[in-house]
Design a binder for this molecule. Structure first.
Ligand SMILES: Cc1ncc(COP(=O)(O)O)c(C=O)c1O
Length: 464
């Protein structure tokens, strides 16, 4: 079989999957044993025809696929995929460019340069910030906080790149009590350890309390990093970034913002006010695979001090062909990876196909649908919306005969029903259903069908 025939066949399988999304159950249809039986087996000894490999892989994987790019998937914070981004992602695989160096792919380097400038503008960040395209917000934290580590130690006269952390002056990290767990993991990976974190009290929406930050920062001295959040993973709430930026500036602290999905509010004139002050930070972490609806995996680390980012990430070797300062962009100067996927192509395609107005509309539509969920569910007896729905996240509690476990029972029933998929969390000591609206493919009909499915699942105890 020619490569063209194989790719044509694969395109058919891909289109079949995408076309099945509106009607297939939102969750998976099988169990782990069945998947192992379908996909497992001994290590193949002999070569196998590529066409059968792909056909069998697609057939074996099919029942265990989750319809997360579909319109009725509201689990975690998982974005869909826009058509142009999917198509560009295919080309990224086919082109198989190593995006680490300009000389390995001039086109990738230039596309990343362009996409980085567009992202900077869309997210309302200062022109000229450094950026690196990484696998997701987790690695964006690692990258940005590595730059922070370099920057705060440099101010204290310590070259952490050369001397490491042993014997280094102590650095304090202050972060909201409702920060995302990936901030802690980044701090662990960077050798700070989670023990260096002062957890700053948060309010009932999960927002860091500025007064508590002021007090905590005044309680110590020396180099400090403040980690603030734009968009809490449960409630969607935003830390008061303007006040936090003031406090960090007064204390001479580095301000890092976790904006995995929430920073995208900056791209909408309606929601931009939520991120006011974010532009004053020193570094930012954001995902493209969430609200920009780019296929996994895609996140971006930004840094207002390009020299710190480059000092933390840069690498030189005689066999490499590296650009001179001011020359073309070598991505490995900005990223923790050396060789890597040219993930700028789908980011570029997503931004070009949606445009500024399409991105704003995507953000606003998802938020309007989150509001629709909250309004419809909140008016039902026995259903309580637990958060202020300021963005795309809704937290819902179901009261009923099952007591505290009732909400989990409703979530399990919704997952079994398959109309939509969502999951749970513990919010301020209570179990809650989490609804995250993050996909361009969600329609108002998807929302209404999902509301009906949720109420049906809760029906035993809920009456309108
Ligand atoms: C606020 C926040 N930060 C960080 C992350 C981690 O993002 P990723 O899974 O892309 O690494 C998430 C994921 O939902 C998040 O909501």
């Amino acid at each position: 079989m020619t490569i063209r025939a194989l790719l044509d066949e694969t395109a058919g399988l891909a289109a079949d999957y995408l076309e099945s999304l509106p009607t297939r159950p939102a969750g998976w249809l099988t169990d782990v044993e069945d998947l192992r039986a379908q996909l497992g087996g001994p290590l193949p000894e002999a070569p196998h025809d590529p066409s059968s490999v792909i056909a069998e892989l697609a057939a074996g994987a099919e029942p265990g696929l989750v319809a997360s790019p579909g319109g009725r998937y509201f689990g975690f914070v998982i974005g869909g995929t826009t058509p142009a981004a999917v198509a560009a992602d295919w080309l990224t695989s086919v082109w198989d460019q190593n995006a680490g160096l300009f000389v390995c792919s001039p086109s990738s380097a230039v596309v990343e340069e362009v996409a980085g400038a567009w992202l900077t503008e869309l997210l309302g960040l200062p022109a000229g910030v450094g950026f690196g395209l990484v696998t997701g917000c987790q690695m964006a934290h690692v990258t940005a906080l590595a730059a922070a580590r370099h920057g705060v130690f440099a101010r204290a006269g310590w070259d952490v790149g050369e001397r490491g952390l042993i014997g280094a002056p102590p650095v304090r990290v202050l972060a909201g009590a409702e920060r995302h767990v990936t901030v802690d993991r980044a701090l662990r990976l960077l050798g700070f350890g989670t023990g260096c974190v002062t957890s700053v009290d948060a309010d009932d929406q999960g927002r860091m309390r500025p007064a508590a930050l002021r007090e905590a920062i005044a309680a110590g001295d020396g180099p400090a990093i403040v980690c603030a959040q734009a968009g809490n993973v449960n409630s969607g709430a935003f830390d008061p970034l303007e006040e936090i930026a003031d406090i960090a500036a007064e204390a001479g602290a580095w301000l890092h913002v976790d904006g995995a999905f929430g920073l995208w509010a900056a791209a909408s004139p309606v929601y931009r006010h939520l991120v006011a002050g974010a532009e004053r930070a020193d570094s930012w972490a954001v995902d493209a695979h969430k609200w920009l609806n780019v296929p996994y995996d895609s996140g971006i680390a930004f840094c207002a001090h390009p020299e710190s980012q480059q000092a933390a990430m840069g690498v030189r070797a005689s066999y490499l062909i590296q650009a001179d300062p001011g020359g073309p962009r070598d991505a490995l100067e900005w990223n923790p990876e050396f060789s890597r996927r040219a993930r700028g192509f789908p980011v570029y395609a997503a931004i070009r196909s949606l445009g500024r107005s399409g991105i704003a509309e995507l953000i606003e539509r998802c938020c309007a649908y989150a509001r629709r969920f909250a309004d419809a569910l909140g008016e039902v007896r026995g259903v309580e919306v637990l958060n202020d729905v300021v963005l795309n996240q809704v937290l819902v509690r179901f009261t009923g005969d099952g007591g505290e476990s009732h909400t989990d029972a409703v979530i399990a029933a919704v997952q079994r029903d398959g109309t939509c998929w969502l999951s749970g969390t513990t919010w301020r000591g209570e179990r809650a259903m989490r609804i995250s609206v993050s996909s361009h493919s969600t329609t108002i009909e998807d929302v209404d069908r999902s509301i009906e499915a949720i109420l049906r699942a809760a029906g035993a105890t809920v009456s309108r």
